[in-house]
Design a protein around this ligand. Structure first.
Ligand code: ATP
Ligand code: MG
Length: 225
């Protein structure tokens, strides 16, 4: 089984997240992906993060109303059940312990998150335990693309391991001691939860950015006002 793990705050979940999961599942032929909302995001000010129950309910509504992913995505409350901050290393170890041994685990994250990975707890160990799929949003100009690729490569080699080398045949960075790192360019959806929260607080519509049922729940509960 090929398994995706997609962690985040999801405050709130939006169409960018859903599209990312769908595209990754297709490209990497994943059998199943887990969306894993964090309890206390270690990297975010807790201000403005709504209750975990509301965040998970919004993800549930979003997935149930997305026919492309509803059968292959599972929402995991593993980080919500743990006490204290949610660390990805604990989550990956958890999934390694419950999944069949021959499972291939891919941790899915955006480029913005990946470029901060050297601030995560036990991040070096993560590269021994799980492959990564880094969702990039490449700029339109060919010239900018090569600059961006170079800076990604520098980060991976200088902060993680000089042994990461690009393999053309596998289309990813490989390393004989560590798991591969894939960069996957998704057609950009220029959406973030921050932008959605800002629109709501300005009284503007978010209808284009989240599934309708999520919009309804946010309105009913008066979230992010
Ligand atoms: P915030 O603005 O509060 O940081 P966010 O939109 O970045 O919210 P997170 O919960 O922080 O959402 O993100 C979870 C994961 O989804 C991260 O790995 C992030 O990089 C990725 N992600 C966020 N927005 C998009 C998008 N539009 N397309 C693809 N991936 C995204
Ligand atoms: Mg973010």
């Amino acid at each position: 089984m090929r398994i995706g793990l997609f962690g985040g705050t999801f405050n709130p979940v939006h169409n960018g997240h859903l599209k990312a999961v769908y595209e990754v599942q297709k490209r990497f032929a994943l059998d199943k992906s887990y969306i894993i909302p964090s309890a206390i995001p270690p990297h975010k000010k807790q201000d403005g993060v709504v209750d975990a129950k509301d965040r998970i309910e919004m993800i549930r509504l979003a997935v149930l109303n997305s026919p492309d992913i509803m059968e292959s995505v599972v929402i995991s409350d593993v980080e919500l059940k743990r006490s204290g901050p949610s660390y990805t290393i604990d989550t990956v170890l958890h999934f390694k312990s419950i999944l069949p041994e021959d499972s291939r685990i891919y941790f899915i994250l955006g480029l913005d998150a990946f470029l901060e990975i050297d601030t995560w707890k036990s991040y070096m160990d993560l590269f021994l335990l799980t492959s990564f799929i880094v969702i990039t949003r490449f700029p339109a100009k060919q010239n900018d693309i090569s600059i961006m690729r170079k800076s990604l490569e520098n980060y991976l080699q200088n902060r993680i391991s000089l042994n990461y080398k690009y393999s053309d045949s596998e289309s990813c960075y490989v390393n004989n001691e560590r798991k591969p790192v894939f960069f996957f360019d998704v057609n950009p959806l220029n959406i973030s939860s921050t932008r959605i929260r800002r629109l709501i607080s300005q009284g503007r519509s978010i209808r284009l950015f989240v599934p309708e049922k999520v919009d309804d729940l946010i309105k009913t509960k008066g979230l992010y006002l």
